[in-house]
Design a protein around this ligand. Structure first.
Ligand code: F6R
Length: 608
């Protein structure tokens, strides 16, 4: 994914674009660039690296007369992450500049045609075709030219385009990749995400799929791809800018780990009745439909998939419905047997992950009921699903998911209990007991956070350790998987998440002195089994760390024990994962890694 920003108005344009891009860096950061429209010329500045590198190219004075501009921060999909492939891209005559997020799937065909017509390309990107296509159309108004591009280009894309001969116009278009307009007073903004313009305006318009938007300093006009006018719907952004800033923490990731008590409380808010039952009226699904469901599929990627793993246990245990879970990118390709009695739950914090979107689209095409679980209001997943359950974690800037994961766990526990309630699979008294315990989770997570210093101290011994295993069974298994993923992605060390009982079938061969083995033992009905699996690891020389409930006598298998508050099985996943987030964080920072922007990763993955 990439970040797009655009501005038309009276301010010095670079003073809007560059800070705007800095707020979008979490969307991609392998190269960055801006194009400014001076009326008689376009200037393009771009280079590999981060926004800070781009700033070095800027000679403010010579650029101060710009009337409008566009900017881009890139995460490479087509073409290496170098300066030549950085956006914006221009046509042969340097009359059109384009920034693009997504993939133009038929770019090769389009490019060949343009080369045949005499166009010369400078980059290896799919995006450059857009500039040449517009040039090729001749004297067509820019908004119309972009509509024609959208009608020819296949795939998911968001564009911001400008033309030297129309300096007071900026055109945006969207299909699949996010795009929003910020409306100011005598100025307007275009961006992939709200933080890019939030310091200037809180008034925004979401650009829907297959829409083209034309911005001038004093107007915003929206059309469909045939050019029919569409009334823009304006919303007020009600989260404040500080929510997207670091707030005094050294990194976004740490800030977001510490925001978890609040985020969990927000996710529970208003979803529990005074009698301790789950209230999810927001789903607006008729109870009869939910009672008719005979199978559930949960699809997600990465960390969200670990929430899906927990969801399987929760829904099967509480609602007594069979559940299959799938890595979203695999789902369609196994011909899953779906029909109108299937419920498909797509979990995606961003709501933009293309694999998850494709999986839910596939499910809807089979007539299945789709519930989306997303942290982003109005995300593509939210809009494509029949119903949506929002986690309310607030913006998550750190690439590694933390608060969005724990809130996904909570949302899936609520959904599991809700299905159980509606289907009469569980006694209201039992729901009340669990829900009462859920309401304690924010305080419990707070108490785990207070052990951060002890975890940091513990982790000092392992700064140079290269091999870790994270083991658990039942509800502890997804926690172990998530602990391993966090460590891999931010500390760049090998960490395997495994079902503890499966180690003896092969991976135990890797256990030797120097390997750190973290066992999660909070799920009461399997803890003794996991503990004996940990004995097997200890016998092979592994350093044993346990995540165990307070008061649980875990014997003397462990070299170190990290305590979390006691609670019911499955609910404990929420508290048990927090020390593993902290462990990964402390190891990664001790190793000098940029935890907010781990190499090779992007916050939202909009390519297959
Ligand atoms: C890991 C991480 C990724 C995402 C995955 C799915 O920390 O963030 O594994 O969980 O890319 O993203 P969403 O939830 O946005 O679909």
């Amino acid at each position: 994914m990439c970040g797009i920003v655009g501005y038309v108005g009276p301010r010095p344009v670079i003073d809007v674009l560059v800070p705007g891009l800095a707020h979008l860096e979490y969307r991609g950061y392998d190269s960055a660039g801006i194009a400014l429209n001076h009326g008689n010329s376009l200037s393009v500045l771009k280079r590999a690296g981060r926004i800070a590198d781009l700033r070095l190219l800027i000679d403010q004075e010579s650029l101060d007369d710009a009337i409008s501009g566009i900017g881009h921060t890139r995460w490479a999909t087509h073409g290496a992450p170098n300066s030549g492939n950085a956006h914006p891209h221009v046509d042969c005559d340097r009359g059109v500049a384009v920034v693009h997020n997504g993939i133009i799937e038929n770019w090769a065909v389009l490019k060949e045609k343009l080369i045949g017509a005499g166009h010369e390309f400078e980059s290896d990107t799919d995006s450059e075709v857009v500039a040449h296509m517009i040039e090729d159309m001749g004297d067509v108004p820019l908004a119309e030219a972009v509509r024609r591009v959208m009608n020819q280009a296949e795939g998911a894309l968001a564009l911001a385009v400008m033309r030297r001969s129309e300096p007071d116009v900026l055109v945006g278009a969207r299909r699949g990749s996010p795009l929003v307009v910020g409306r100011g007073d005598g100025e307007n903004f275009l961006a992939s995400d709200i933080p890019a313009f939030l310091e200037h305006t809180r008034e925004m318009v979401v650009v829907d799929d297959d829409r083209v938007v034309e911005l001038r300093a004093d107007s915003v006009s929206l059309t469909d791809l045939e050019g029919n006018a569409i009334e823009p719907v304006q919303h007020k952004v009600d989260w404040n800018f500080e929510a997207a800033e670091r707030d005094g923490y050294p990194t976004f990731m740490l800030k977001e780990i510490y925001e978890q008590p609040h985020a969990i409380a927000d996710t529970l808010a208003g979803r529990v009745s005074p009698t301790g039952q789950v209230v999810l009226d927001e789903l607006e699904i008729d109870g009869r439909m939910l009672r008719a469901i005979d199978k559930v599929f949960v699809v997600a990627c990465g960390t969200s998939y670990h929430a899906a793993m927990m969801a399987k246990y929760a829904i099967e245990r509480w609602a007594r419905l069979p559940v299959e879970i799938d890595i979203a990118s695999e789902f369609r390709y196994r011909d899953p047997v779906l029909d109108s009695r299937s419920l498909v739950i797509g979990i995606s914090q961003s709501g933009e992950t293309i694999d998850t979107l494709a999986a839910v689209r596939y499910a809807r095409a089979q007539g299945s009921l789709v519930i989306g679980v997303s942290n982003v209001v109005e995300s593509a997943l939210a809009r494509e699903a029949d119903a949506v359950l929002y986690t309310r974690a607030g913006p998550e800037i750190g690439v590694a998911a933390t608060k969005t994961f724990t809130t996904q766990l909570v949302a899936m526990q609520l959904l599991g209990l809700y299905l159980a309630q509606v289907r009469g699979a569980v006694d209201p008294g039992a729901v009340e007991v669990l829900v009462t315990e859920m309401l304690r989770l924010p305080d419990q997570v707070e108490s785990v956070l207070s052990t951060s210093d002890a975890i940091e101290k513990l982790s000092r011994d392992w700064t140079d350790t290269r091999d870790y295993f994270f083991l658990g069974r039942s509800g502890d298994f997804p926690v172990a998987m998530e602990g391993a993923l966090k460590l891999k992605e931010i500390a760049y060390v090998r960490a395997e998440g495994y079902a503890a009982g499966e180690m003896k079938h092969g991976p135990i061969a890797l256990i030797e002195e120097g390997v750190v083995v973290v066992g999660v033992v909070t799920d009461s009905h399997v803890r003794t089994k996991t503990l004996s699996n940990m004995e097997e690891m200890k016998a092979r020389g592994g350093t044993i760390v346990l995540v165990a409930e307070e008061g649980d006598d875990v014997g003397n298998v462990a070299d170190h024990v990290i305590r979390v508050p006691a609670g019911p099985d499955l609910l404990c996943t929420v508290t048990a994962v927090v020390p593993l987030q902290l462990l990964a964080y402390h190891i990664a920072t001790a190793r000098g890694m940029d935890v907010d922007k781990p190499r090779n990763l992007a916050k939202t993955v909009t390519v297959e």
